[in-house]
Design a protein around this ligand. Structure first.
Ligand SMILES: [Zn+2]
Length: 172
C-alpha cells in the first residue's frame, strides 16, 4: 500500500501537520479511526504523535472527515454492479446532479431575482438525495463553484446583511 500512498500529493509527509516523515515515527493513519477499514481511501501517512493529537484536535478531525468525504464522493452511489458499470452510473448521476443544480438556480433566480447561497446549497443537497438517493454537500459546493465561476451563468455577491447571494451574471 505504501507506493500507492506515496503517489498521493502529500508524498512522504504527515497528512495532518504536513511535516516530512522519517524513520519509524510514522504510521498508517485510519481516517475514520476504524483499524479494520483498510481501503486506500481510508489510509493516509501520518506521525504517530499527530495521530494521538487528533483525538483532541477538532482541526485534525475535520481534515480526516474532509478527506474521507472527497473519497466517498467517488463511491457515494455505489451499487453492487461491476466497476465499469458503477463508474458510468456515477458519472451519469453526477451529470444529472450538476444539471439539476443549474436548473434549480435558473428557476429560482428567474422567479425571485436571487437566492441565498446557503438556501440553494441545502435545498439542492436535499433534492438530490430525494431524487437519486445521492448527493453530498461537497459535490454541490463544487457544482455551485463552477456555475458561479467567471465563465458560469451565475455570480455570487454579498448582500447588505453580509450573506452570500447568487444572481444571474449580467453581461454588461
Ligand atoms: Zn504530523
Amino acid at each position: 500500500m505504501l507506493p500507492e500512498l506515496l503517489n498521493l500529493p502529500q508524498g512522504f509527509t504527515c497528512f495532518y501537520c504536513h511535516e516530512p516523515l522519517e524513520g519509524t515515527t510514522w504510521i498508517y493513519e485510519h481516517l475514520d479511526n476504524d483499524r479494520q477499514h483498510n481501503d486506500i481511501d481510508n489510509i493516509r501517512l501520518a506521525h504517530q504523535s499527530c495521530n494521538i493529537k487528533k483525538i483532541n484536535c477538532p482541526e485534525y478531525l475535520i481534515m480526516a472527515k474532509d478527506e474521507l468525504e472527497k473519497a466517498s464522493e467517488k463511491s457515494l452511489c455505489v451499487g453492487e454492479s461491476d466497476t465499469d458499470q458503477h463508474y458510468s452510473s456515477e458519472i451519469a448521476i453526477s451529470i444529472k446532479s450538476r444539471n439539476y443544480t443549474k436548473q434549480f438556480l435558473t428557476e429560482r433566480i428567474n422567479t425571485d431575482g436571487s437566492i441565498l447561497y446557503d438556501d440553494a446549497l441545502w435545498a439542492i443537497v436535499n433534492d438530490l438525495n430525494e431524487k437519486y438517493n445521492c448527493g453530498s454537500e461537497t459535490a454541490v459546493r463544487r457544482y455551485l463553484k463552477a456555475l458561479t465561476s467567471i465563465t458560469g451563468k451565475f455570480t455570487i455577491i454579498r448582500n447588505d446583511s453580509g450573506k452570500r447571494e447568487i444572481l444571474s451574471r449580467t453581461e454588461n
